[in-house]
Design a protein around this ligand. Structure first.
Ligand SMILES: [Mn+2]
Length: 547
């Protein structure tokens, strides 16, 4: 076996099986440590095992009985959007309740509930607030709601602090005292279980069809939040994709037509639905995304068209910002920083993610807003941004979030010292840290082995995601001629014998480097559908230059 040390994208390669497999499906299942029945077993747990679910049901039933106004409070990412849409439609259409929604503004409010939101909501005559995909950490505003005579039910999936908020119900499978068998639901997954419990409570005989009716919306949150594709999440996404093809919701009925492509796999959600719904939150308002998901059959098509236009703006702005950032950053620095006061707040994270992916280093991209430099940070695996920010906390006005994705704001006058401090903190904590990512390849496999039969064998393993990854294969030592594709040569095709479609999308820039070279290809398999004819397509993910 040749030296597989590094790919053209700078990744280390780990090859799990280095001969041609006898039974491909068996091999892929055993490498993922699951039995064959994993593929077909439906998992739907008892919703009454969720903490506080009984209190939540009773309080919602009381609100319904008394015609109380209910407000859903949500967070602006796609999990929050899908959680809100599912719960809103269920409470309004199945239970006939008076329900509305409120969300924080990405720039003006930041993340989470604030006490002033509670003041605003109280003025609408709301008696019950239900949070989705947020709330677990928001103790003070929840206390504040009580002083305004409003009750709060928190439904969430974020990890829990030591002291929990004092509310009517905190429905979160990550609670320490939770008996729920699967803690890794998305926010929308938790909402689906609340719908499950309420359906049992109110309709008993209709629960199955109700769960089915909302699972397409719910699955969007599970995919968008990259939840592990096992247990109940696998059931939600499998069912959700099938349901989306016969959906009750106009969004799914018109989506395929508007985008000219069907939603057939979890990757279609990840590539097409997710960025579209996300674009509203990043460029205009998340309300636009939510109202598109909730639109009636009359205006669903035009709303999706509008969102497509917004997404094109988002793409253009992030591409421009990324190119400018690439020119400006000092790639030898411990943390790669870039400031542009004119950058749109909503694209900072997208640019940071691309910079970090390219350099395998933490990055921070800033814009200026109201006298503060607001930044979005990303880090490769093994580097903890919260630690870096902690160490520089004296220079920061605000910071938070996760190890791999974080945000901070810095007073305009502190920016120089803050950047120096961030660089020093990163250097002190992580100098010498090996952050070269590993790409794990399942097995050696020649694409000519794949026919429609083997294609189907792999397709039935879906949905893929975290924990149950899409298979990657290695085709070693090929020297087939390469052809550039696309209007400006943005794609590459290898002219492999047997007319196999071996394609590398969006990496046309490597064409020159690869011409005439012997290479090994890391590839994955896609079912390509065109006019009802299915053919296997071989998508290259990375390349190893053998010479
Ligand atoms: Mn979430």
């Amino acid at each position: 076996m040749e030296d597989l040390s590094k790919t053209i994208k700078g990744k280390r390669v780990e090859l799990l099986h280095n001969t041609h497999p006898e039974d491909l499906t068996e091999l892929l299942l055993s490498l993922r440590k699951v039995e064959r029945d994993f593929l077909t077993t439906e998992v739907i747990h008892n919703p009454l095992l969720l903490p506080d679910i009984q209190h939540a049901m009773e309080r919602i039933a009381r609100a319904r009985e008394k015609w109380e106004r209910v407000m859903i409070f949500w967070d602006y990412d796609v999990d929050g959007i899908s959680s809100t849409a599912a719960l809103f439609l269920f409470l309004r259409d199945e239970l006939g309740m008076d329900v509305s929604y409120r969300l924080p503004h990405r720039v003006h409010d930041g993340y989470g509930i604030k006490s002033y939101h509670m003041d605003e909501i109280a003025k609408t005559g709301t008696k019950l607030i239900i949070t989705v995909d947020c709330g677990t950490k928001d103790r003070e505003p929840i206390e504040h709601a009580h002083t305004l005579w409003m009750d709060v039910i928190v439904t969430d999936h974020h990890s829990c602090p030591d002291v929990l908020p004092n509310c009517i119900a905190l429905v979160n499978p990550r609670r320490n005292d939770s008996l729920y068998p699967f803690p890794a639901l998305s926010g929308s997954g938790v909402v689906w279980k609340v719908i499950h419990a309420l359906s049992d409570f109110f309709f008993l005989e209709k629960t199955d069809s109700i769960l089915q009716k909302y699972v397409d919306i719910v699955s969007l949150g599970t995919v968008a939040d990259c939840m592990p594709m096992q247990d109940e999440n696998r059931t939600i996404v499998r069912r959700g994709i099938l349901q989306s093809q016969q959906s009750h919701h106009p969004f799914f009925q018109t989506f395929s037509g508007a985008l000219n492509r069907p939603i057939l796999t979890e990757e279609d959600i990840g590539f097409f639905v997710w960025p579209l719904l996300n674009a509203g939150g990043r460029i205009t308002t998340p309300h636009q995304s939510l109202s598109t998901l909730l639109a009636s059959s009359l205006d669903s098509f035009s709303r999706i068209q509008e969102l497509i236009a917004v997404n094109e703006i988002r793409k253009g702005k992030s591409r421009d910002a990324y190119e400018k950032a690439l020119e400006m950053i000092d790639s030898s620095s411990s943390i790669l920083t870039y400031i542009d006061p004119d950058l749109e707040h909503g694209i900072l994270g997208l640019v940071a993610a691309k910079i970090t992916e390219l350099y395998h280093k933490p990055s921070a991209i800033f814009t200026l807003h109201d006298g503060y430099f607001v930044g979005s940070l990303r880090a490769p695996p093994g580097i903890d941004l919260v630690q870096i920010l902690e160490k520089s906390r004296d220079h920061l006005a605000r910071f938070g979030w996760h190890a791999w994705a974080a945000g901070c704001s810095i007073a305009e006058s502190d920016i120089d010292s803050a950047l120096v401090s961030l660089r020093n903190s990163t250097h002190e904590l992580y100098s010498g840290h090996d952050s070269i990512p590993t790409i794990t390849v399942d097995t050696l496999l020649d694409p000519s082995y794949i026919d429609l039969h083997t294609l189907r064998d792999i397709e039935i393993l879906r949905p893929f995601g975290m924990w149950f990854s899409a298979p990657l294969f290695l085709l070693s030592g090929i020297s087939a001629p390469i052809v550039s594709l696309g209007q400006s040569g943005e794609h590459i095709r290898w002219d492999y014998p047997g007319k196999l479609e071996i394609l590398w999308f969006r990496f046309g820039e490597y064409q020159e480097r690869l011409t005439g070279k012997t290479v090994s290809l890391i590839w994955t398999l896609k079912a390509h559908t065109w006019r009802d004819v299915i053919t296997p397509q071989f998508h290259v993910m990375d390349v190893i230059c053998d010479d």
